[in-house]
Design a protein around this ligand. Structure first.
Ligand SMILES: [Zn+2]
Length: 245
């Protein structure tokens, strides 16, 4: 029976490693997915700033055009001022010039504000572009690293799966069935050591008589509490022997 238990211990170690590798295999793609999402946010922010910059440039051209129009209207009103016939007309022309100049001055202020925003946006866009390029490079490198990692993991997995097949072939069919169903239903632990009378998986004590039987190691035993297959964890023989397949 000890030989069979030894193989089950090895099979379980193999299965635990396979599970760990399968989890690790998912980590790389998940990490890349996270980075891609981060990159997308950066790109969207950059695009938004770029659009805003274009809009500002359009506004600036519009304001400049309007300023030019107002300037020519001021000139025309000046000519009108030279040709007025009455004081009333004179006052009206003066007021018109004042109004135009005030409007122009307001627009000039607006144009300055727009130019300041353009400068700031241009600086932000330049930094944003650099950040995105750096980030893309990082994603590229991480992708390559993840691919290398995956290849190594698949190599390890292949070796473990071959080992697993060998262990399965060496275990009694009924015992293997029991092992597999226990693994499925018992949080992936089917075989548990018992040390100083305590099951190391569910941490419950085993009755003394049962523990003594376990130390003898004659038959297959299960933990009365968690129903896992148990073995004596301090058994030097079990610890030293690797299953010889
Ligand atoms: Zn137990």
């Amino acid at each position: 029976m000890k030989g069979q238990i030894r193989i089950l211990i090895d099979l379980q170690r193999c299965d635990i490693q396979i599970g760990e590798i399968q989890t690790k295999k998912e980590e790389g793609p998940l990490r890349i997915q996270g980075l891609m999402e981060e990159l997308k946010v950066l790109e969207e922010q950059f695009e938004e700033k770029l659009n805003r910059l274009e809009a500002c440039k359009r506004d600036k051209r519009g304001a400049e055009q309007e300023i030019e129009d107002l300037e020519s209207r001021v000139v025309k009103s000046g000519i009108k001022l030279d040709n007025v016939k009455s004081n009333k007309e004179y006052q009206a022309a003066l007021k018109e010039i004042d109004d135009l100049k005030r409007e122009k001055s307001l627009l000039e202020d607006t144009a300055i504000e727009i130019m300041e925003e353009i400068e700031e946006l241009e600086a932000q866009c330049s930094v944003g572009k650099e950040n995105i390029e750096e980030f893309r490079e990082k994603v590229k490198q991480d992708r390559e690293e993840a691919a290398r990692e995956l290849k190594a993991l698949e190599g390890d997995l292949e070796i473990l799966q071959k080992e697993r097949t060998q262990f399965c072939q060496a275990v009694d069919e009924e015992l293997l069935k029991r092992y597999n169903s226990l693994r499925k239903n018992s949080w992936r632990v089917a075989v548990s050591p018992v040390i100083k009378g305590v099951c190391q998986t569910c941490h419950m004590g085993i009755p003394t008589q049962k523990f003594n039987e376990l130390i003898k190691g004659d038959g297959l035993m299960t933990c009365p509490n968690c129903l896992r297959i148990i073995y004596w964890g301090e058994d030097k023989q079990l610890q030293a022997e690797a299953s010889s397949l």
